[in-house]
Design a protein around this ligand. Structure first.
Ligand SMILES: [Zn+2]
Length: 415
């Protein structure tokens, strides 16, 4: 009988996303409990069964979750948190009729954030990022994938990735680093795109690999940024240096990004608002996880959302992410994404829970380790002040978190 450090008991519902063929299902245990030892989950089940199977010590903490839902901490598999300053002026320009592309062509958009980041020191960036990481935790997220991509010089990309590593040390949330040097063509390369592609391939990728600063490499594959051929060359080079790959694919047009993700056996293909039927099948065959970002469509005031039902009906394990960034989606809230996915992607409540937990963990190559409450997983757990799992996407725009545990420790409690 194992001595445990923490028991959460009497939950109205304990949610255990479980792998079931390609897609996961949500196992729901009423009057559920979960027990943890150190950083790990060691038992789950009905409260009476869990209590009978464990031993408490004097130091064991017991939390009564009566009337509440206990679930894995959310995993956000697509964020751009390393930026400096904000772009609320563009948000209001868009709402008064300017398009995202018009603003970008006038020097705004990603290139505006690039100028802001280049001026910031590493210390300033860290101070700027920390409150955003608090917002993730406050909204129930315990792991995020974090991209560079607002530096776009060798030094500024390395600075951004070093900030991600430093944040991992300073903050309880876990960050998984992605190198996104191919996020945009910087001002100084506007008339010579190929030279920038060469810089990414020949200097940035080898250096980031040598310094072991990122696990993934990502590309914004779109005809006006990095076309399919350039994206393929960048990601092929990245794979040779040992990176796992991801693609910003088929966001604004059907630009071949999803097909390329399948061809390269990318871990994930993200956005997919304009994916075609053939590419859906290709993703399925390649085992690439679709990561949908309805917040970006919503925040940009667009109308074409990803064909989530087609992806799900093809058996794909759809994940959801915030796309948190200062231009096209300024929110750290995955519950908000669950609401948008319910309304606009027509996903069921079981599907949105799996999409923000177990499938999101697959999208950052951590299946079984996070995004579930199965034995052996990290004790990343959220207690929600809601009566059942269907309630969370329904009651939107307010914070329903009661308590967040990261690696078995309480990191956020409702006052
Ligand atoms: Zn993105």
């Amino acid at each position: 009988m194992e001595t445990v450090d923490l028991v959460i008991k009497n939950a109205a519902q304990l949610l255990i996303p479980k792998k079931d063929n390609a897609r996961a299902t949500l196992k729901i245990i009423s009057d559920g409990a979960v027990a943890c030892s150190g950083e790990r989950i060691v038992a789950t089940g009905k409260t009476a069964d869990v209590i009978a199977s464990i031993k408490n010590s004097k130091a064991t903490r017991v939390i009564d979750a009566s009337g509440m839902v206990v679930a894995p901490g959310f995993v956000d598999p697509h964020t751009h948190p390393v930026f400096f300053g904000s772009r609320e002026h563009e948000f209001h320009l868009r709402n008064s009729g300017k398009s995202y592309t018009e603003i970008a062509e006038a020097g705004g958009g990603i290139r505006c954030s690039v100028r802001q980041l280049r001026r910031a020191s590493k210390q300033q960036l860290i101070q700027h990022c920390l409150p955003h990481l608090d917002h993730f935790i406050e909204n129930g997220t315990t792991t995020i994938e974090a991209k560079s991509g607002y530096g776009l010089t060798l030094d500024d990309e390395i600075k951004s990735l070093e900030v991600i590593h430093e944040l991992n040390r300073l903050h309880p949330i876990d960050l998984v680093a992605t190198f996104l040097g191919a996020h945009e063509i910087p001002d100084e390369y506007r008339s010579r795109h190929e030279d920038y592609v060469r810089l990414v391939i020949e200097e940035m990728i080898p250096r980031v690999a040598e310094l072991q600063l990122a696990e993934f490499c990502d590309v914004f594959c779109e005809s006006h940024v990095f076309n399919s051929d350039q994206s393929e060359r960048i990601l092929t080079a990245a794979k040779q240096y040992g990176f796992k790959v991801k693609i910003h694919a088929d966001q604004l047009t059907s630009g071949g990004g999803a097909a390329l993700a399948a061809k390269l056996k990318a871990v994930s293909a993200d956005h997919l608002d304009h994916i075609n039927d053939q590419a859906i099948q290709q993703l399925k065959n390649a085992g690439t996880i679709p990561v949908l970002l309805p917040g970006a469509v919503f925040f940009l005031g667009l109308t074409q959302y990803a064909p989530a039902r087609k992806l799900l009906d093809a058996g794909l394990p759809v994940a959801l992410a915030t796309d948190f960034n200062p231009g096209s989606c300024m929110t750290e809230s995955l519950p908000m994404m669950m609401t948008l996915a319910s309304i606009y992607l027509k996903m069921t409540s079981e599907e949105v829970w799996c999409a923000t937990t177990i499938h999101a963990a697959q999208a950052i190559a951590r299946p079984g380790k996070i995004g579930t409450l199965e034995n052996g997983a990290l004790a990343d757990i959220v207690i929600w002040n809601i009566p059942n799992y269907q309630y969370l996407p329904y009651h939107f725009g307010v914070n329903l978190v009661n308590c967040v545990l990261k690696r078995g420790k309480i990191v956020r409690e409702k006052n």
